[in-house]
Design a binder for this molecule. Structure first.
Ligand SMILES: [Fe+2]
Length: 289
């Protein structure tokens, strides 16, 4: 079996000043050597998001490719898993809840970072396009380290002390939540998972604003509704176009997001009668600090 290395044409090209790099010249269905592995792992940390072009994956090959970046983490949503492959789930705008209803707006369409109600949320999220609409339906990623650093120092200092209490879905959003999510919330009797609002990247040492809007029950000293208002305002204030990258999918692309310095969301600017389907997997992280 061939082993790929930088000598075999791996190219990593930054997309913009603040976020994103495009990777070509690598086939992740084949084993990669240590130099390639190191280059890819460094590139995703340095660039926050990585687009790896021209891949042809089965779901199992997609999962194996993600393992270059660490140990896979199971998805807490068990209804979307690929049969016999518990580490890969399907994100589809045609997904129906157990009442048979299709969401008008997919629930991943707001800024978030994945699985913040877990003690060790994923370091990385991997997406792979299986079906894409004719126009739109991109995935947006934002550099929340840049967003944090652009704030005045007194604002940064205030945010530094704040903690988030994380649940499956905030009580402020129960009225609009999917019935399956609600049932899951009732089953989960555990106390909220506490995390810092500003987390430090364990590899770069840089700080980033970090939360999942619909999973944050409260921010220090605020009730659930105040928390939603506060976080929405924080997004408005801190996310600038130059910190964002919207990935407009081409079949064969794998997008990797470094969740420790990014937030992401799915675009809803497409004809919802067309199918948008991605595979998703995640790599286990450490407890945020
Ligand atoms: Fe997500």
């Amino acid at each position: 079996m061939s082993v790929l290395s930088e000598d075999h044409g791996l190219k990593i090209r930054p997309i913009s000043k603040f976020i994103g790099a495009e990777v070509t010249g690598v086939d992740l269905t084949q084993p990669v050597d240590d130099a390639t592995r190191r280059a890819l792992r460094k590139a995703v940390v340095d660039n926050v998001a990585l687009v790896i072009r021209n891949q042809k994956f089965t779901p199992a090959q997609f999962a194996t490719a993600a393992e270059i970046f660490g140990e896979l983490m199971p998805d807490q949503i068990k209804t979307n898993l690929i049969r016999d492959l518990p580490m890969v789930s399907i994100l589809s705008n045609f997904e129906k809840d157990s009442n048979g209803n299709q969401a008008k707006t997919p629930k991943n369409a707001i800024w978030h970072t994945d699985h913040t109600n877990k003690e060790r949320p994923p370091n990385y999220t991997f997406l792979y396009a299986v079906e894409i609409p004719e126009h739109g339906g991109g995935t947006s990623v934002v550099n929340m380290n840049a967003a944090y650093e652009a704030l005045p120092s007194d604002k940064r200092a205030a945010l530094d002390t704040m903690k988030t209490a994380n649940v499956r879905v905030s009580s402020a959003l129960l009225a609009t939540a999917n019935p399956d999510t609600l049932a899951e919330q009732k089953r989960l009797t555990a106390t909220p998972m506490m995390h810092p609002l500003i987390r430090t990247h364990p590899e770069s040492g840089k700080k980033a604003i970090w939360f999942h809007l619909s999973k944050t029950e409260s921010v220090t000293g605020m009730n659930a509704h105040e928390t939603q208002d506060f976080l929405n305002e924080l997004l408005q204030e801190t996310i600038k176009p130059e910190f964002e990258y919207t990935h407009n999918w081409t079949l064969g692309d794998m997008l990797i997001v470094d969740n420790r310095s990014a937030m992401h969301k799915a675009g809803v600017d497409y004809d919802m009668s067309q199918h948008r389907m991605l595979y998703r997997t995640m790599v286990m992280g450490d407890r945020p600090y």
